[in-house]
Design a protein. Structure first.
Length: 94
């Protein structure tokens, strides 16, 4: 069971992995909550999440992510253009 929730396979259970394993996803992952999360990242309110949006959203939370990492995340997550992430794709990924 431990290996199934050790998502990054580092032999330790971190806080995010613990939460992912213990939360009731049916109560937490609602369309309303997903919409709030999407709009948190869509900082310029375009209806899309871009790499620049990710950098800004992380900055607002006191975290740092470089543009190249953000571009890599968007490219991996976006099946259409690899440049932006639309709300439907975001919902599907979540």
């Amino acid at each position: 069971m431990f290996h199934k929730i050790d998502f990054n396979s580092d032999g330790q259970l971190n806080y995010t992995e613990f939460l992912a394993a213990t939360i009731n996803k049916e109560k937490v992952v609602t369309k309303q909550n997903l919409s709030l999360a999407f709009h948190h990242f869509d900082v310029d309110n375009t209806g899309f999440i871009s790499a620049d949006n990710l950098v800004e959203a992380f900055r607002r939370q006191g975290k740092k992510i470089d543009l190249e990492t953000a571009k890599s995340i968007i490219k991996e997550a976006s099946p259409t253009d690899g440049i932006t992430l639309d709300q439907d794709t975001f919902f599907t990924l979540m």
